[in-house]
Ligand binder design. Structure first.
Ligand SMILES: N[C@@H](CCC(=O)N[C@@H](CS)C(=O)NCC(=O)O)C(=O)O
Length: 301
């Protein structure tokens, strides 16, 4: 499978987190905002990332991709049983459709003012020359990026800050008892909220860490939320459950190794080992085989 991603994006981070959490072997292709359009349009007819190429076709939209991953790779599970499933869908939709895009205006607005920072953010993993060339295009692309993301001026940036505070207040209150948003365990509601809120938090050793040096507007934005109890929750969820300190291009490092680690996590012997093999390892192996023999239609080679 192949993931077409932006290096710095909460929606891409959601999907990368789900893939890493489930240790699903795949390959990542990082795209730069702007030039991404041609590649992505060929895959889905739209331009938004993330896009996951699966044996059943290309899927975009982080929620749809996680639905698919939870069906194809059921363990470890990210979804919930009812009534939490309905509650989780509401929380995810709120973060994906309302808070996330509003918070994004705040961080993107600050980042766009510094082409070098914007290029470092999205060009992570590229050579210094590639980043410098990309930085040169930012002043030209900035009006389009602002328009596409609804950044209309300082009021929209202030609204992004307010959205971040709303989200942080919500997670701090809701997770105060058990540390999790639903069912006293880590699931997709926690993953979604943490990935979205990480836009305004410098989560150490995580793919959402911001590059250095940072423009003062970005430093100021991060500082504004640093002491919020919701920020402590995001940091703790990342520390406990993210399990990856950076994104990457190319094949995931957990091919067969991931399967072996899955096996090592099984309680010794008995039904547990058999269940994990039947429900997780064998389907993953079948999937790898399907993936090996599958040819995407209309996808780039
Ligand atoms: N609701 C979508 C939102 C995806 C989205 O907004 N992606 C942004 C990056 S954060 C993007 O690809 N923007 C460029 C474009 O739409 O052309 C999801 O959950 O994946």
């Amino acid at each position: 499978m192949k993931l077409f991603q932006f290096r710095a994006s909460p929606f891409n981070e959601k999907v990368c987190w789900a893939l890493d959490f489930k240790r699903v072997p795949h390959e990542r292709v990082s795209l730069l905002p702007g030039p991404h359009m041609m590649t992505v349009r060929k895959l889905t007819g739209r331009t938004q990332t993330p896009v996951l190429l699966t044996p059943e076709g290309a899927i975009d939209g982080s929620a749809g991709i996680i639905d698919w991953l939870d069906r194809a790779f059921p363990e470890p599970r990210l979804g919930y049983d009812e009534p939490s499933a309905t509650e989780s869908a509401k929380i995810e939709a709120w973060f994906d459709d309302d808070l996330g895009p509003r918070i994004r205006r705040a961080i993107l607005g600050c980042a766009l003012a510094s082409p070098k920072f914007f290029s470092a953010l999205f060009g992570e993993g590229r050579t210094p020359l590639q980043k410098s060339l990309y930085a040169l295009t930012i002043p030209l692309a900035a009006p389009l990026v602002r328009k596409g993301n609804g950044i209309t001026g300082s009021a929209s940036i202030d609204d992004g800050r307010a959205a971040a505070r709303e989200g942080l207040d919500f997670v701090a209150g809701r997770a105060a008892r058990s540390g999790y948003l639903l069912d006293d365990r880590f699931g997709r509601a926690d993953l979604t909220a943490a990935a979205m809120l990480a836009m305004v938090i410098d989560v150490a050793d995580s793919p959402m860490r911001k590059p250095q040096p940072r423009p003062s507007a970005v430093t100021g934005l991060l500082a504004e939320f640093a002491d919020h109890p919701g920020t402590a929750w995001v940091n703790e969820i990342y520390r406990r459950h993210r399990g990856a300190s950076a994104s990457f291009d190319g094949p995931s490092a957990y091919g067969d190794q991931g399967l072996q680690q899955g096996r090592a996590g099984v309680p010794p012997g008995g039904w547990g080992a058999r269940f994990l093999y039947r429900e997780c390892i064998r389907p993953q192996r079948r999937f790898l085989e399907m993936e090996r023999t599958w040819q995407p239609s209309g996808a780039p080679a």
